[in-house]
Design a protein around this ligand. Structure first.
Ligand code: SF4
Length: 198
C-alpha cells in the first residue's frame, strides 16, 4: 500500500509540499481579510495586482490573475462602487484606461501584505548567502513554471529580455545598465519585458 505521506528521503516532494503549505496559508489569510471587509478573494487579489502592476489595464490584469476579461471588469465595477479603485485615462495612450487604488484600496492591500511581512522577517533572519540561495532557487522555479505555462506572468530578471548573463561575464541589466549580482535580481520589476520568442 502506498503511504499518503512522502518518504523521509523524498526531499523534492517535501519542498513542493512546503511551498504549497505557504501558498495556502497566504491564500487563507487573504480570504479572511476579504470576508471581513466585504469583498471576494478575487476582488482583494485584484487590488493587490493593480498596486503591483506597472500597467494595470484590464487585459493584463486578467492575464495575471488567470481569469477572463469580463470577470475582471465585473470585479472592477464592484471595487469602483465601493470606492477602492478609480479609472484614469493613460498618459501615454488616451484610448486606454488604467486603474488606480484610492486611499481605502491601498489600506486594504496593506492589510493583506501584513502576512507577507511575517514571512519577510523570517527570511531576513537567515544568513545572507542562505537568503541569496533561496532567492536563486525560487527565481529558477518561477522561470520553470513560466516555461511550462503553469504561470502566465512573471516580471523577474531571469525571465526578462534585458537580463544579460553571457558566459564569463557578471550578470547585468542591459536596459538600466546596472550589475545584477544574485542579491540584486528583481522579482517584480516595472521595466521587465518578456524574453523574445525564438
Ligand atoms: S529590466 Fe528589470 S527585470 Fe529586466 S533585467 Fe533589468 S532589472 Fe531585471
Amino acid at each position: 500500500m502506498t503511504s499518503a505521506n512522502p518518504s523521509p528521503g523524498d526531499v523534492p516532494e517535501k519542498i513542493v509540499a512546503a511551498l504549497d503549505r505557504i501558498a495556502r496559508g497566504l491564500r487563507s489569510h487573504r480570504q479572511s481579510v476579504a470576508s471581513r471587509v466585504g469583498l471576494t478573494p478575487l476582488q482583494l487579489e485584484l487590488l493587490q495586482t493593480i498596486d503591483e502592476s506597472p500597467r494595470p489595464v484590464i487585459g493584463l490584469l486578467a492575464k495575471e490573475l488567470e481569469v477572463s476579461q469580463p470577470t475582471v471588469s465585473d470585479s472592477l465595477l464592484a471595487l469602483e462602487r465601493k470606492g477602492h479603485v478609480v479609472r484614469r485615462r493613460s498618459d501615454t495612450d488616451r484610448r486606454r484606461t488604467t486603474m488606480e487604488l484610492t486611499d481605502s484600496g491601498r489600506e486594504l492591500v496593506g492589510e493583506v501584505r501584513r502576512a507577507g511581512e511575517i514571512l519577510r522577517s523570517s527570511v531576513a533572519a537567515l544568513a545572507g548567502p542562505d537568503q541569496e540561495a533561496v532567492l536563486d532557487i525560487l527565481l529558477s522555479l518561477i522561470g520553470n513554471l513560466l516555461d511550462a505555462g503553469i504561470i502566465q506572468v512573471a516580471r523577474t530578471c531571469r525571465t526578462c529580455r534585458f537580463y544579460d548573463h553571457r558566459d564569463g561575464l557578471d550578470a547585468r541589466c542591459a536596459l538600466l545598465q546596472i550589475p545584477l549580482p544574485p542579491a540584486a535580481l528583481r522579482v517584480d520589476c516595472p521595466e521587465h519585458e518578456p524574453l523574445l520568442a525564438s
